[in-house]
Design a protein around this ligand. Structure first.
Ligand SMILES: [Cu+2]
Length: 400
């Protein structure tokens, strides 16, 4: 990417985040009330929370969208039309939904009135249906102002890793909470809820990790139906003192985020909606039909199949950090594999990593091998069903 494009990307990317300084974060209380904030508290739980005083505010919307798993309409790995196997999932017909589904997705907005969605820069198009990346540095406070802009289902934002109280957990269950502590559980269409998450030391990189750690966020009102509807995203926490202004780690030139998942559209909260869009109204038996069910298992990377993911482009010699995760169920054991280059994950040299549902793995790569390379799940069934992308290494100076 040209330097000017990068600057443009940064500007657009930053438009949805506002930062502010608390005057005295150690003694003040967050707006949801009762957030432990004193040094005494954190010492008593042997945690470390050493506030930077910085609050990062994100405007996150849930947006009902049509999502096409294969927008090119071709297999971009073979360069040919879809074959019979691909047709099982992507073929559209009287009783087949095809490649495009209605989903509910997390999208960034520019401000608290949610009048303008942030346009995702071209360099981030590969993020697909996943939400915008949320970032913070250890010691920060994250505020997610969340509005269900037009999804017909109630949804929430549930984070992993960071510190939250009940009003910011985003999950309804019999946890003895009531009143305002339950407003996070399910945000109805048109409603807004602000989630406040602290970033103590234990949300940052562990002893064997580099300068940042990835956590996911996802809807947890109806966890299964919501995540299959598309509501998940990545969050990066950078070690204290290691963050750039935007929260990204200083010692990394390029970060890449990839979700490997068999998106089971049969279990999406939008199955009924998608059925109703079929050319002929389906009879009740269709949802029970095994072949129909199979046709809705979208083996995808960030919501793209058969090489349809926009190609991630890296510079030879750049410090690249890959953040990989999976979601789903027992079929979601994935083994992302890079052709052409190797990485270090968990202190080991690898070109394959393994993921189980909701597992998150960070891998550092300094690509030395120029070319366009496969990046695919090594589980045979998943590979043939479309869980394959490309990445490209170019001989140019790293952008940082
Ligand atoms: Cu797989």
């Amino acid at each position: 990417m040209a330097a000017s494009a990068l600057v443009g990307a940064l500007l657009v990317g930053m438009a949805w985040v506002g930062t502010a300084q608390f005057r005295d974060a150690t003694s003040s209380h967050a707006p949801t009330g009762g957030v432990p904030s004193g040094t005494q508290y954190w010492t008593s739980v042997q945690g470390g929370y050493h506030p930077t005083g910085r609050v990062r505010t994100y405007y996150l919307g849930a947006v009902e969208s049509e999502w096409d798993y294969a927008p090119a309409g071709r297999n971009l790995i073979t360069g040919k039309p879809f074959d019979e196997v691909a047709g099982v999932f992507l073929g559209r017909g009287r009783t087949r939904i095809g490649s495009t589904y209605v989903k509910c997705l997390y999208r960034a907005f520019t401000g608290p009135d949610f009048s303008r969605q942030v346009e995702r820069p071209a360099a981030e198009a590969y993020l697909g249906f996943t939400g915008p990346v949320i970032r913070a540095e250890v010691g920060d406070t994250i505020k997610v102002v969340f509005r269900n802009t037009n999804c017909r289902i109630p949804v929430s934002v549930h984070p992993h890793g960071v510190f939250y109280l009940k009003a910011s957990e985003g999950a309804p269950y019999a946890d003895n909470t009531s009143g305002t502590d339950t407003l996070d559980d399910a945000v109805a269409v048109g409603a807004t809820h602000t989630y406040t998450w602290l970033v103590p030391d234990r949300a940052g990189p562990g002893p064997h990790e580099g300068s940042s750690v990835m956590w996911m966020y996802h809807s947890h009102t109806d966890e299964v139906a919501d995540t299959y509807a598309g509501l998940q995203g990545f969050m990066v926490i950078t070690a204290k003192g290691m963050a750039r202004e935007d929260g990204s780690p200083r010692d990394v030139d390029h970060e890449v985020f990839e979700l490997f998942a068999v998106m089971d559209e049969n279990q999406s909260a939008y199955l009924k909606t998608n059925l109703e869009r079929l050319p002929s109204a389906p009879d009740g038996a269709l949802a029970e039909d095994e072949e129909f069910a199979e046709s809705n298992l979208m083996h995808s990377v960030n919501g793209f199949m058969y090489g349809n993911q926009p190609t991630v482009t890296l510079a030879k010699g750049a410090a690249v950090r890959w953040y990989l995760m999976s979601m789903g169920t027992e079929v979601d054991l994935h083994t992302p594999h890079w052709h052409g280059n190797t990485a270090v994950a968990d202190g080991m040299r690898v070109d394959v990593v393994s993921l189980l549902p909701a597992e998150m793995v960070t891998a550092d790569m300094v690509p030395d091998n120029v070319g366009t390379w496969l990046f695919h799940c090594h589980v045979n069934d998943h590979l043939t069903a479309g869980m394959v992308s490309l990445y490209r290494v170019e001989d140019r100076p790293p952008v940082s």
